[in-house]
Every structure is written in C-alpha cells, then in structure tokens.
Design a protein around this ligand. Structure first.
Ligand code: GH3
Ligand code: MG
Ligand code: MG
Ligand code: MG
Length: 287
C-alpha cells in the first residue's frame, strides 16, 4: 500500500517507516500537518493516512477531517491516528473525526503489520463496493448512475470550454434478439461497448442498448466527426454467432452544452437528436 506517514519526530518517523517498508509498503513521510495536507491532496494513490495526533501546523484530527472530505471524491482512504498520550478521552474525538483505527506510540511491529492487514481488508471491500456501484456488469463500462454523475461534475467544472454529448442506440435491436436469442444480443451489446476502448471521453451504458459518450473540450462539429467515426466502426464490425456473422448499425444524436444547461437539458437535446437520426432512416449521426 501507499502510506502517508505524518509524524514530527524524525526518529519515530524512521522507525515506523522502516517497519512498513519491511511489509513492502511505499511510505511518504511528512514532519508537519501542512506538508501532509498538501501530499494528501496531490497524491491520489495514498491508501492509508497514518498520522500522529500531535503535529505542528495542522493537527492530526484536522488532517483526518480533511482526508474524509477528500475521500468522498477520490479512492477511499484508511486513517490511523497515533498518539503518545495516555489520555483516553481523546479517543472519542479521534473516532468521531473519521479515523478507522488508533494506537499508542511506539507501535510494535507485529501489531502495526496486523493493523495494516486490517486496513487492506476494508479498503479492498470498499473498492469492490465502489466498483460494483459504478460499473455495468454486462460490458464493464460506467453504469447509468455513475455516467450521469460524472457528466454533472464535468458540467459544473465548465468555464467557457465546450462539451458535447453523444447518445447512441442500436438499430432494430429487438430483431437481433428475436432472430439470434438474448445471449447473442448481449454479445452484440458487449461488442459495441468494446468499440469505445481507448477512445477519449467518458462512456457509459445508460439503457439496455443505449450508450452515452461525453466529450469534454469538444465542440459540436468535432463531436459529430467522432460520432461518425464510431458509427462507421460499428457498421463495419462483425459479431460471431451460431447462425452466422451478425452485422448491425446504430444511430447517434449529438448536442453541445449551452451555458446554463443542466445534465437533463443536455441529455434531452442529445436524445432529440438521436430521435431525429432514427426518424431520418437510422445508421446516421444527427444534431
Ligand atoms: P430502434 O432502431 O428504434 O432503436 O429499434 P430497437 O428494436 O432497437 O428498439 P429499442 O431501442 O426500443 O429496443 C430495445 C430492445 O433492447 C428491447 C429489449 O428487449 C432489448 N434489451 C434491453 N436490454 C437488453 C439486454 O441487456 N440484453 C439484450 N439481449 N437485450 C436487451
Ligand atoms: Mg433503445
Ligand atoms: Mg434500439
Ligand atoms: Mg435536431
């Protein structure tokens, strides 16, 4: 794991860092709270914050609050607070500030290692839950909820840059299901999602055979070109089935974000464009 160790005493820091390194952890050391806070914000790979409660600048508890707020928008962080004080009353404050664990310094190596294993178990479970809640199980791409949540964040972040949204729906998909069966239909959906591997932007499955593709930084004309490229790739692809190779097409609607547009406004316009693509004959890109 990657561990951010915040401890004032240089000796204490070295002793603990060496214990962790013997376990194979990567340790980033800080001597004061400000430095730790900066490292926490700058390094998204930190798994564990191991901090002394007594720190110059920002104290361990404040760090803990900050890490908790930060963890809402990044990967989970496991927080362990350490103190040399025998005062038990602080334990309430430590746990209420969001810490997962607490120990009195100096730690025993075996005990520290056991605490790290406990951290690993919780982080693994949290990552799994997060992944399951954000991922479409059939295709492995973002699910509807996570896609629209990320799109909302992108829209909030906009400051004059363009952003476009592409909405895609497979043409006559009911016919594919009817003719080849639902399992092959699923394979078709998977092959479509795979077309987006390595492409720029944010891609999610938002319905049965409906996908959304957000393109931050792309004005409408560029997004239309990119959508057209995808349309051609899908049209040119083949999915194997016991009844022979399947070719299929898709329709795409593209809309650019206008100042003040909410996620719903933008999606509605992309959806209207998609409807237009269907109405004007399918296998095309509309705006
Ligand atoms: P259109 O060209 O107008 O889009 O025609 P369509 O037949 O594709 O119509 P529509 O988009 O309404 O069809 C969606 C179909 O997708 C209906 C449903 O049976 C099927 N479907 C939805 N989710 C899944 C899935 O997970 N797997 C499979 N195999 N089929 C699905
Ligand atoms: Mg549909
Ligand atoms: Mg369809
Ligand atoms: Mg239109």
């Amino acid at each position: 794991m990657e561990i951010l160790l915040a401890e004032t005493s240089r000796l204490g820091r070295r002793v603990i860092a060496e214990m962790l390194e013997r376990r194979g952890d990567v340790v980033h050391c800080c001597g004061d709270g400000h430095e730790a806070l900066r490292e926490l914000h700058d390094n998204p790979d930190i798994d564990v914050l191991l901090t002394s409660i007594e720190l110059p600048g920002v104290c361990g508890l404040e760090l803990c609050w900050d890490a908790r707020i930060l963890a809402e928008t990044r990967a989970p962080i496991y927080i362990i607070i350490m103190s040399s004080s025998r005062e038990r009353s602080m334990l309430v404050e430590v746990l209420d500030s969001g810490a997962n664990d607490f120990f009195r310094k100096p730690p025993l190596e075996a005990e520290l290692h056991a605490r790290m294993r406990s951290a690993e178990r919780l982080l693994k479970a949290q990552r799994e839950i997060l992944w399951l809640s954000q991922t479409d199980s059939l295709t492995g791409v973002l699910n509807r909820r996570h896609f629209f949540s990320l799109l909302g964040e992108e829209i909030e972040r906009l400051s004059g840059d363009p952003l476009s949204l592409v909405m895609l729906d497979i043409d006559r998909f009911k016919g594919i299901n009817d003719r080849y069966g639902h399992d092959i239909g699923d394979k078709v959906i998977q092959s479509l999602a795979a077309q987006f591997n390595g492409r720029t932007g944010i891609f999610g499955r938002v319905g049965g055979e409906e996908f959304c593709w957000a393109l931050p930084g792309c004005p409408l004309s560029l997004a239309v070109d990119m959508a057209e490229e995808v349309r051609i790739a899908i049209e040119s692809g083949v999915v194997a089935s016991p009844l022979g190779p399947i070719r299929f097409t898709s329709s795409l609607g593209v809309a650019q974000h206008h100042a003040g547009d909410t996620v719903e406004d933008l999606s509605r316009r992309a959806d209207e464009a998609l409807y237009d693509a269907k109405e004007s004959g399918r296998n095309r890109v509309s705006t």
